[in-house]
Write a protein that binds this ligand. Structure first.
Ligand code: TXA
Ligand code: MG
Length: 329
């Protein structure tokens, strides 16, 4: 990173979408909303643009990126689909599911984007701004979450601004992202594996497949230096303030991340209280998760006390993100 860039932030409309596509075409870094979180986009076929992207995020270069494409036929140009992958794509695309697949023979995506792996992560997002940009650009776009490495994922354009202003070219503001947690990642290399819980609950994927998803990265990661599932890096999602999970009592000096209608004991003395969902709705909780963590992180509390959150449906992804945010680092 040399000189600071003048990062522009534009409301999403026909003119700014055309501007985003032009920016991507000249190797620019463009943040845009998807249904899950804001992504930081770069031309997937442009190795230099991707290098700038890693630099802007401060991301370790071994962490591979997701290629976002407009539709299934564009996905077939970058990856090979087995029967499970066909079924999952037909059922969940466009939507918050990423498939890790073998690279297609003439895959145009730059090697740097896949960190040297022979597999590639692909998804077709379901957000009108993301789709309009992909349509206008006409090529795959790699887009990690638009946060500095180690920070929480952004669900609003302001989050992107606070993390990446001066480091990227353009931010397209399309309002708050509806899902609020990242896509679910399933590898279809051999037997289908859940690499990262996310916006599509595991159970819904398992019913579509008619079988159980195997957990984790599989044999390839055991002691190997190729990170098949670096989405599982222990401290990926990290507010600066320490998190204390599954609390029933708030200690003096703490802020409270609540869930459900009845607040933890001592909530009246918390420095700041935000509720993921007062009606215990896990979809609402997921949409609030990262924004609430950011706000509580800024409250100057000694720690963030987190009430227990249900583990069913999207609760698995929420608990996974909370556990990462709480990991020692
Ligand atoms: O919802 C999302 O998926 C968002 C939006 C912007 O689309 N994107 C996102 O990207 O969360 P990122 O880069 O923050 O997370 C992608 C994860 C990373 O943990 C990466 O290691 C994993 O996908 N990944 C990418 N390619 C992979 C591969 N070939 N094998 C295994 N994991 C892979
Ligand atoms: Mg991320």
């Amino acid at each position: 990173m040399t000189a600071a860039l003048a990062t522009r932030c534009l409301q999403a409309d026909a003119a700014s979408i055309a501007e985003a596509a032009r920016g991507l075409a000249v190797g620019g870094l463009v943040a845009f909303p998807t249904e899950t979180v804001y992504g930081l986009g770069a031309d997937a076929t442009n190795g230099r643009a991707i290098a700038r992207l890693y630099d802007a995020k401060g991301r370790p270069a071994f962490n591979p990126l997701i290629a976002h494409v407009a539709d299934l036929s564009a996905a077939r140009a970058v990856a090979r689909f087995n029967a499970d992958a066909e079924l999952l794509a037909a059922t969940f695309w466009p939507g918050p599911l990423t498939l890790v697949l073998p690279k297609a023979v003439d895959c145009p995506v730059a090697e740097l984007a896949t960190a040297g792996l022979d597999s590639i992560a692909v998804r077709v997002p379901n957000h009108k701004v993301a789709r309009a940009i992909l349509d206008a650009f006409g090529k795959p776009v790699v887009a990690p979450s638009a946060n500095r490495s180690g920070h929480v994922s952004p669900t609003r354009a302001e989050h992107v601004q606070s993390d990446l202003s001066g480091r990227i070219d353009l931010i397209i503001d399309g309002g708050a992202t509806p899902v609020g947690v990242e896509s679910t990642i399933v590898a279809c290399l051999d037997t289908p594996r859940l690499l990262r819980p996310g916006g599509v609950p595991r159970g819904v994927i398992e019913s579509a497949l008619g079988r159980t998803l195997v957990e984790g990265p599989g044999h390839q990661s055991a002691g190997a230096n190729t990170p098949l599932a670096p989405g599982m890096l222990a401290s990926h999602y990290a507010p600066r303030t320490r998190l204390r999970l599954d609390v029933s009592r708030v200690e003096p000096g703490e802020a409270l991340l609540a869930f459900g209608p009845r607040l933890a004991e001592g909530a009246e003395r918390s420095k700041m209280t935000l509720n993921l969902s007062a009606r215990s709705d896990l979809v609402e909780a997921a949409a609030n998760l990262f924004a609430h963590l950011r706000a509580l992180d800024a409250a100057g509390a000694g720690a963030i006390a987190v009430m227990p959150v249900g583990r069913e449906g999207l609760g698995e992804a929420i608990n996974d993100r909370l556990a990462r945010a709480a990991a020692e680092r």
